[in-house]
Design a protein around this ligand. Structure first.
Ligand code: ZN
Length: 738
């Protein structure tokens, strides 16, 4: 018996993209045999793409040649061009497929496609499956989402458009009919749908199709908001994901009716704030597009890198793109004003550094602001000039952070059973942000791994596995983490990690209690200021804290009992009043309650923090907590030498990749007064960076070249370790080692 997936993997050329990803995870397949790139689908080797997202009025006088000339000047492999869905930009004959009111006798999509082809650029038809016009409502009322009272769901701003339902035949019949018409007429290289499926919370619709699904497959109407305590929600989550995968596979199949090399790509993204089952989507998608176009509000600059980490964990080497909005996607939003060049460049730099393919995006064919053009062409031309060094084979990293998808999606604060709120959702990303910020300050080469991907094949390259409050873990996840530790892997875990099953049902104790050397001794305590950790004995994790016996304590903690009370390194000093000053003294300056447990078992070391020190660090940015986390990772490595050390001034994120020609070390410079809140206005160069890097697999390396500076660097080679200095990094540097 062969599964559908296995069949696809051996029979279908496009799925070779997945095989490419497999190299990364399978040490037995070290090198591709023969010229595999020619067997890969086109999008597996794509390195740059662009999108002009036109509006309904643009067909009046859009200058096709000028636009395609611009994209050709960026040396893009593919362009995204508006085909249809809400608005058709060609003379469609599919009933109820709304032609642009301004199309006239023009076939704008056809013109654009022909012009792109003439320049050797692939064409992906950009579609929108999410809304349709009133005539469609009249003819097919069953295509549309409904409120509980049967009301249609009009678009918030463009109120003459109505939301379509993914459980309805609009998705399974009408959209495929449109795709087939475009295939037949234009033979496009792929289809992309704006806005679907997305990665955020599930929606609940009350149309007839959905009511039938609730009755026959869910067993009742699910709650309107995320609530994994509800058995109906749990069932709906699975049914919803089934439908996403069913539609994705159907549309991919329809794309491939046009050409075996064609592909359907949905719209994902969401960075580290995903609710939908990303791992499952990653098993379905040949191409992951992250619609993470920029940052707004109090978002750190590295949010794009976080997106790349998530995409890499889900796709395992298969294509991931990230859209950079060339426009001002802040709050407020301006669709027709360019983003500052420094901000847009750093976004594209992070896209590339984290292993994704940049996709540059502008709205409207008649820009009055053209400043974005130069920003895109400068970056893309530089990429094209150095393309071989961006053909990644596998990441070089020795520390893995588990992306705790179920916790991110479903977690409720441990202190109560109140309804899940938006505040909870914001909170779930803060554990991960705290760990990430500490690792970034420590300049550790790190990957994310999916919690559903904790098998030996994936984890064997990592000496340290980090679980940042991975509270919701299944028995299988737990077993795989135990197996990792049994093989000698070290673990850092925080707060409520493994205290709940994958849906949030509380266990009697941590499922990883024996690994932690600690058992839960009561419920999570309410958050507080002014709690501390006391240094009880000398230990590598408390190095560098001369001058203090107290460290800042976590805002929340699980009370624990340690299996070995004599090994107390950090004890809890319970919170005491912080106001008024007369009252500010500890009531219990000494306790035997551990704030953390550090254990060693052969090569495997385990550090467990009972408090949410990751989230507390993120919220406070307290430097002691950053140092404590850095020390802990160093201790967890034991005698394993870090793959890279980077010395010199600046806030830098480092990524390393084995590439087709050798190794590429990417250094992204975040040193900027606007690091934590956009936008970058200009760059503040780092100092000279002194770097030592291990050569994986003993690849012969003779030359180091800084691709942005455009010059060779003196290289010292000592056994399998390389030493070199980079010139100051302004925005981004890539050291190509060949
Ligand atoms: Zn519905």
């Amino acid at each position: 018996m062969i599964t559908r997936r296995e069949f696809l993997a051996i029979s279908s050329v496009p799925v070779a993209a997945r095989v490419a990803g497999h190299w990364e995870s399978n040490p037995h397949i070290v090198e591709p045999i023969g010229d595999v790139s020619s067997a890969l689908p086109w999008y597996a080797t794509m390195r740059r793409c662009g999108q002009i997202n036109i509006n309904e009025r643009d067909p009046i006088d859009m200058d096709v040649e000028q636009w395609i000339d611009y994209w050709a000047s960026l040396k893009v492999d593919a362009v995204l061009l508006n085909g249809g869905g809400i608005v058709a930009y060609y003379p469609t004959e599919v009933p109820l497929h709304h032609r642009s009111e301004f199309l006239g006798s023009r076939d704008l999509f056809g013109e654009l496609t022909a012009a792109a082809r003439a320049k050797g650029i692939r064409v992906v038809a950009r579609m929108d499956c999410n809304y349709a016009y009133e005539p469609a409502v009249k003819a097919h009322p069953e295509w549309f989402e409904r409120d509980e009272d049967g009301a249609l769901r009009p678009h918030g701003e463009s109120t003459w458009l109505f939301k379509t339902c993914m459980f309805s035949p609009y998705f399974s019949v009408q959209m495929p009919a449109i795709f087939r018409e475009i295939n037949r007429r234009y033979g496009v290289d792929g289809f992309f749908t704006n806005g679907w499926p997305g990665t955020g919370a599930l929606t609940v619709c009350y149309c007839d199709a959905c009511r039938d699904v609730y009755k026959t497959r869910v067993g009742g109407i699910p709650p309107p908001d995320t609530d994994a305590t509800s058995p109906l929600y749990r069932k709906y989550y699975e049914v919803f994901m089934d439908r996403v995968v069913e539609i994705w596979e159907q549309w991919d199949g329809v794309a491939k009716e046009g050409s075996r090399d064609s592909v359907y790509v949905g719209n994902l993204g969401g960075g580290i704030r995903t609710v939908k089952d990303m791992w499952r989507i990653g098993r379905t998608a040949g191409w992951f597009n992250a619609d993470h176009q920029g940052r707004a509000g109090n978002t750190p600059i590295w949010d794009c890198s976080l997106q790349g980490r998530v995409a890499a964990a889900m796709m395992k080497g298969a294509t991931a793109t990230n859209v950079t909005g060339a426009y001002a996607n802040t709050q407020p939003l301006w669709r027709h004003i360019a983003k500052s060049p420094a901000e847009a460049t750093l976004w594209m730099a992070q896209t590339t550094a984290s292993g994704m393919v940049p996709w540059y995006h502008w709205l409207g064919a008649h820009p009055e602001d053209t400043r974005w053009r130069e920003t895109g062409s400068d970056f893309f031309r530089w990429l094209a000039d150095n393309e071989p060094h961006f053909r990644n084979r596998r990441s070089i990293a020795d520390v893995a952070v588990v992306y705790p998808q179920r916790t991110v999606a479903f977690y409720r604060s441990g202190t109560g059973s109140e309804a899940w709120t938006g505040a909870d959702r914001a909170r779930t990303s803060e554990y991960l942000q705290g760990i990430y910020y500490a690792l970034l300050e420590a300049r550790v080469l790190v990957d994310f791994v999916a919690e559903d991907d904790l098998g030996e094949e994936t984890l064997r390259k990592y000496g340290v596995l980090i679980l940042p409050n991975a509270a919701y873990l299944s028995d299988r996840h737990v077993q795989q983490i135990h197996e990792y530790a049994a093989r000698g892997g070290s673990i850092l875990a925080t707060f409520e990690t493994s205290l709940y099953n994958e849906w949030g049902d509380r266990r009697r104790d941590f499922a990883l209690a024996d690994l932690f050397g600690a058992t839960a001794d009561g419920e999570v305590l309410p958050p507080h200021d002014n709690g501390y950790m006391r240094i009880e004995q000398i230990h590598p994790v408390v190095e560098g804290f001369g001058g203090t016996s107290l460290l800042p304590g976590a805002a929340e903690r699980v009370p624990i009992r340690a299996a070995d009370p004599s090994a107390l390194v950090l004890s809890v000093v319970p919170a005491y009043p912080s106001f008024p000053p007369e009252m500010v003294f500890p009531r219990h300056p000494h306790t035997s309650e551990p704030a953390a447990v550090f254990r060693q078992n052969g090569r495997a070391r385990v550090a467990y923090f009972a408090g949410d020190i990751d989230r507390t660090f993120w919220r406070s940015t307290n430097t002691d907590l950053s140092r404590l986390l850095d020390n802990t990772v160093r201790w967890l490595r034991g005698d394993r030498h870090p793959l890279a050390t980077i010395e010199g001034d600046g806030v830098i994120e480092a990524f390393a990749w084995e590439t087709e020609p050798g190794i590429a070390l990417h250094l992204v410079n975040y040193t900027n007064p606007h690091m934590m809140r956009g936008w970058f206005r200009r760059f503040y160069p780092t100092g000279v960076l002194r770097i030592e890097l291990a050569v994986p697999g003993g690849r012969p390396i003779q030359r180091a070249r800084a691709l942005r500076a455009g010059r060779d660097l003196p290289l010292q080679i000592e056994g399998t370790r390389l030493r070199f200095e980079t010139p100051p990094v302004a925005d981004y540097e890539v050291i190509a080692l060949t």
